[in-house]
Design a protein around this ligand. Structure first.
Ligand code: SAH
Ligand code: SF4
Ligand code: F3S
Length: 457
């Protein structure tokens, strides 16, 4: 039986696409392997968001394809870097056989199989198609086999799943390559999404994360119902799914984030008390140059309103430091906003120029040492807040979805609170998949440790 090794870089969308690709191979009789040196097919699902993400994948693929003494092995690159670099990749990676763009991943199997049979051929398939390749039945038909695949790609995550609700992005933030790699915005119908979530819940999934570049732009063309936009209508429909306990979504954008979505936190209990809400910068001048069409004040006001709607809400964010033209003053405004919101956590990125984006050609590019210094300075602020918030939870009881064995200690389970904080729990393995009240006993920096409450253990 031929074997497939698939490695995923980048965001949850890529993880979800990899699951789909893996499923197609398994259905056709392939087995999945963790051992790249034994695989007959090596696929990378790549990311272009920052230079480093591309270099990592290029470096690893370069090494793998050099070390291989097995000439029949098929090497394929899919995902955002494949979409954006296209046939240039064949020059950078001479041993590469296949480049498949983001909207053609459902054709990977067909191509690979063809190549395996006729080893001399190389193919490229990066053209855009309508949003048709990911109909729900792709997943729904075989929720069980999908579960096994998820187990393989992400061990222990049987109770959680990603669901793509829309694809593409048209915001064209000045720094970002995604609009060029993921195409135009397309939303799936509510009916399809609910059908998929139903199937997942039937297969034991307790928590779904709805994915889109800007989830709250979902269903913009739908007529409002009771003053509620398409995204909130979707949340309400998914909320009805029996057996499903938790709903998350990434990523929301301040644009089009209306009161109906703020309100949703008050009456949809399955909606988790966590929002990952990218701020990018605290300086209005930089936001404008980034083409992020909101002021920091609007962002802060939304955070405050969400906290009012859901007092235990945790807010995490993305921040870019060192965007072209960012002065010390701009940076300090970002730091000030971080201190004001008291984010539960934040991903801080050093600005990375991306080919074809307007910001890459802007004047005032910031030296790497300055980016690094701002990154370190901000990280210290973010970490201090995160660690303090974790410490404050010691002694409390939190509802935790126990996902599976902890990566560091197989005797324990790892799970997450509604606020998305990881917790290592001293509990029997057969409790995996359950949502239980857990008493938090210890906090070491970023990790919480707990035990099931006696009443339910
Ligand atoms: N669609 C999401 C973001 C997806 S990309 C949104 O708009 O909120 C994830 C994060 O990568 C972004 O929030 C941004 O902080 C970061 N990022 C994107 N392009 C970048 C670049 N060129 N350099 C550094 N960070 C970048
Ligand atoms: Fe990129 Fe902006 Fe679209 Fe997010 S909203 S994916 S940052 S262009
Ligand atoms: Fe990367 Fe593409 Fe996701 S660039 S972050 S894999 S949308």
């Amino acid at each position: 039986m031929p074997t497939l090794y698939i490695k995923t870089y980048g965001c949850q969308m890529n993880e979800r696409d990899s699951e789909q690709v893996a499923r197609m191979f398994v259905q056709k009789g392939y087995t999945l392997t963790d051992r790249e040196n034994e695989a007959d097919v090596i696929l990378f699902n790549s990311c272009s968001i920052r230079e480093q993400a591309e270099q990592k994948a290029l470096g690893k693929m370069g090494l793998l394809s050099k070390q291989q003494h097995r000439p029949h092995v098929v090497y394929g690159m899919m995902g955002c870097m494949a979409q954006s670099k296209k046939d240039e990749l064949f020059k950078e990676l001479p041993r590469l056989d296949l480049v498949v763009g983001t909207q053609k991943y459902h054709r990977v199997f067909e191509h690979v199989d063809g190549i395996l049979r006729a080893r001399q051929e190389r193919r490229m398939d990066e053209l855009q198609t309508a949003f048709s390749g990911t109909r729900v039945c792709d997943v729904a038909e075989e929720a069980d086999s999908q579960n096994r695949i998820r187990d393989h790609l992400n061990p222990g995550a049987r109770s959680t799943a990603y669901v793509s609700i829309m694809q593409g992005c048209e915001m064209k933030c000045a720094y970002c390559i995604v609009p060029y790699t993921r195409g135009t915005e397309r939303s799936r119908p509510i009916r399809d999404i609910v059908e998929e979530v139903n199937m997942l819940a039937d297969a034991g999934v307790k928590e779904v994360t709805l994915l889109g570049q800007i989830v709250n732009r979902y269903g913009r063309e739908m007529p409002a119902a009771d003053g509620k936009g398409g995204f909130v209508q979707l949340l309400e429909a998914v909320h009805e799914v029996e057996g499903l306990k938790r709903i998350r979504f990434v990523s929301p954008h301040p644009i089009g984030f209306r009161q109906d979505l703020v309100q949703a936190f008050t009456y949809l209990p399955k909606l988790c008390s966590h929002i990952h809400f990218p701020m990018q910068s605290g300086s209005d001048r930089i936001l404008k140059m980034m083409r992020r069409p909101y002021r920091n004040e609007t962002f802060l006001d939304l955070c405050a309103r969400m906290k009012q709607a859901r007092p235990d809400l945790s807010i995490t964010t993305d921040i870019i430091v060192g965007f072209p033209g960012e002065t010390e003053e701009d940076y300090l405004l970002t730091r000030q906003a971080v201190e004001q919101v008291q984010f539960d956590n934040a991903f801080i990125f050093r600005y990375s120029p991306r080919r074809g984006t307007p910001a890459a050609a802007m004047e005032g590019q910031i030296p790497e040492e300055v980016k690094e210094a701002r990154n370190q300075d901000l990280l210290a602020v973010v970490n201090e807040i995160a660690i303090r918030k974790n410490r404050e939870l010691v002694g409390t009881v939190q509802e935790v979805l126990l996902e599976g064995p902890s990566k560091t200690n197989e005797e324990r389970l790892s799970g997450r609170t509604s606020q998305n904080r990881p917790v290592i729990v001293d509990a029997a393995p057969d409790l995996a998949g359950q949502l239980l009240p857990i008493r938090i006993e210890e906090s070491t920096g970023f990790t919480l440790y707990g035990v099931p409450c006696p009443s339910r253990a």
